[in-house]
Ligand binder design. Structure first.
Ligand code: GDP
Ligand code: MN
Length: 399
């Protein structure tokens, strides 16, 4: 089942879904209604029944405000107009690719009067091996920017993975933001709620940017971004069901169905490798020879001919791929199985780009023989260095 497979990368969800989750943890959010048409957006405005609302594009990328994906509206007609302009558009933000991401849904949210905007986030700190809560008075600004320009402006609180945010830590965070009275108390339960959600749901990131204090002293999540540890999704079927494959690279979605770990990159050399370590080394060696990998594709330790064929099909379907490097170490995996998969796939797709194959390990002789006798234009290589040089030269010669 798609979504429940362990994935080496995090799963993202939309803002409206993140807010739904946080509400269940007692975290006050800027509430709203999802709309998929201008008519629905107008109805949503009426339903909220407030003089001011915000139409917000739902894509898996932040910085929407900067790209025109967040608009304040004061009537149902205005809500319909802004939703109409956003729905279907390719929204470009500093966090999307240059072509942008297609808007399929908008969130029509209650308009709030903001007194203060803060940053609040929890992320895994790999150096500490612990989740860390980060609080900063500079709301609406990317935390990476604050960390670079003004690191003292961020309070960092390492969280115990079993206990979560301790009461004294919550108080420190609220003091750090200069909160007082009722707002201070509301902030404490807000912070605890976010910490509980993060730990219970195996999140890898939970970011509220901005966390706002409204004119009447409420503590509200104006925005919410949650990523989940892909390997823990099987424990959270409700979260897994929130996956929106429209937001993911279609090649990555296809790959996940075949237990392939595939991540699209910017370059033009398609790589098919087994094992994450070998994949990294292969990408490094390609770069060393002046090339640039188009993807990270790990077919895993136990791939069958079918997975190899599928992996190949995915590589070829990317028009940016101008050459392919297959680099497999046959341990559990046998080189002859790999060779059969590569041959079957290359025949199927009528390969028109250079293909370099380097096999090593179990049944390597049989594997190389199969490739040599296949009649296909496959360049065999014996070392990783040679293989990377060959594919870089072949792609360079085409350009
Ligand atoms: P992002 O640009 O993708 O991070 O989207 P956000 O949800 O963070 O919204 C961007 C900005 O829009 C916020 O930082 C606010 O300044 C503004 N904004 C969003 N909702 C409201 C609202 O209800 N009232 C006001 N005054 N501003 C809002
Ligand atoms: Mn934001």
């Amino acid at each position: 089942m798609v979504g429940l497979n362990p994935r080496p990368y995090p799963m993202k969800i939309h803002e409206y879904q993140a807010k739904e989750i946080l509400e269940n943890y007692g975290v006050r959010v800027q509430s709203g209604v999802v709309a998929e048409s201008p008519e629905q957006a107008a109805a949503a405005f009426e339903q909220l029944g407030m003089p001011l609302a915000v139409v917000k594009a739902q894509i898996h990328a932040g910085g929407r405000g900067k790209g025109g994906g967040v608009k304040l509206v004061r009537s149902a007609a205005e809500a319909a107009e802004e939703a109409g302009a956003m729905l279907g558009m390719m929204l470009k933000t500093p966090q999307t690719g240059p072509e942008g991401q297609k808007v399929r849904k908008v969130f029509v949210a209650e308009g709030l009067d903001l007194a203060q905007e803060f940053y609040l986030g929890i992320a895994l700190d790999r150096r500490l091996g612990q989740p860390v809560m980060m609080v900063s008075a500079e709301g609406g600004v990317e935390i990476e920017e604050v960390a670079a320009s003004n690191p003292e402006a961020i309070l960092r609180l390492p969280l115990d993975p079993r206990q979560g945010l301790l009461p004294y830590q919550a108080r420190r965070a609220a003091f750090f933001l200069g909160l007082q009275g009722g707002t201070f108390k509301k902030a404490l339960s807000f912070l605890q709620g976010l910490s509980r959600a993060y730990l219970e749901l195996d999140c890898s990131l939970a970011e509220i940017n901005p966390l706002v204090i409204t004119e009447d002293g409420e503590v509200v999540a104006l925005d919410a971004k949650i990523n989940f540890d892909g390997s823990a999704l099987y424990r959270h079927p409700k979260v897994a069901a929130m996956r929106d494959v429209h937001e993911e690279d279609p090649k990555e979605v296809e790959a996940s169905k075949f237990d392939l770990n595939y991540i699209a990159l910017e370059g033009n050399i398609g790589c098919m490798v087994n094992g994450a370590g070998l994949a990294m080394a292969t990408m490094d060696t390609i770069q060393l020879h002046g090339g640039s990998p188009a993807n990270f594709l790990d077919v895993g330790g136990g791939a069958e001919e079918e997975n190899i064929t599928e992996a190949f099909r995915i590589l070829i379907s990317d028009p940016n791929v101008k050459g392919i490097l297959v680099n497999i170490f046959g341990g559990i995996m046998r080189c002859d199985v790999i060779a059969r998969g590569v041959i079957a796939a290359a025949r199927n797709v009528e390969l028109k780009i250079p293909l370099v194959v380097r096999l090593e390990g179990t049944n390597v002789k049989e594997g190389r023989q199969l490739l040599a006798e296949s009649g296909l234009a496959i360049s065999p290589a014996t070392s990783l260095d040679e293989a990377a040089r060959m594919v870089c030269e072949a792609v360079h010669a085409l350009a």
